[in-house]
Design a protein. Structure first.
Length: 176
């Protein structure tokens, strides 16, 4: 949680600096990277880890985009290996406060894989929300939260495991 607070504080400092007089991202492709903090709950498992990944998409209009993300985590546990990754596709809706600041919500589908003693995978859905700040040079900074809900299957197990994966992150992308 300290990292999430540090990310939020960094973004707040950037916003307060006033150097971002920008043109909002209107149409076209964008590609970026993210780093953050993930919390995974699956059955009796409830742990957190650092997360990182890539995201990109296409703005069809000022207020609508399709976005795909790929997120990986570091190890969730101190002893052994429990790592996760996900690939998602979501519709993203923006609301602009001005040419610099906007907020967004997104919803879509996600494929999740958890590598542990057994390998678990499954398809589910996600929602997310965040704030975006656009700079003149096409660079955008965002802080966001995403939640994934997936029923995970593992070979050798007859029962599915319900998983909830929350991820708060700071992202930087370039608007082409």
């Amino acid at each position: 949680m300290k990292r999430a607070s540090l990310l939020a504080l960094s973004l707040a400092s950037l916003i307060a600096s006033g150097s971002a007089m920008a043109v909002a991202d209107i149409k076209g492709y964008y590609l970026g990277a993210m780093a953050g903090y993930s919390q995974l709950e699956a059955g009796d498992f409830d742990e957190s880890a650092v997360s990182y990944g890539l995201y990109g998409g296409y703005y069809f209009s000022k207020n609508f985009a399709l976005e795909s993300t790929y997120v990986l985590t570091d190890n969730f546990v101190d002893v052994g290996d429990v790592k996760a990754n996900q690939l998602s596709l979501a519709a993203k809706f923006h609301h602009y406060f001005d040419n610099t600041y906007s907020m967004f919500i997104k919803a879509g589908m996600a494929a999740t894989k958890v590598d542990a003693d057994l390998d678990y995978d499954g398809d589910g859905w996600l929602w997310g929300a965040g704030f975006n700040m656009a700079f003149k040079n096409g660079v955008n900074v965002r802080i966001a939260y995403e939640m994934l809900y997936t029923d995970l299957d593992a070979s050798g197990l007859e029962q599915q495991v319900e998983s909830d994966w929350g991820n708060v992150y700071l992202g930087v992308h370039y608007q082409f």
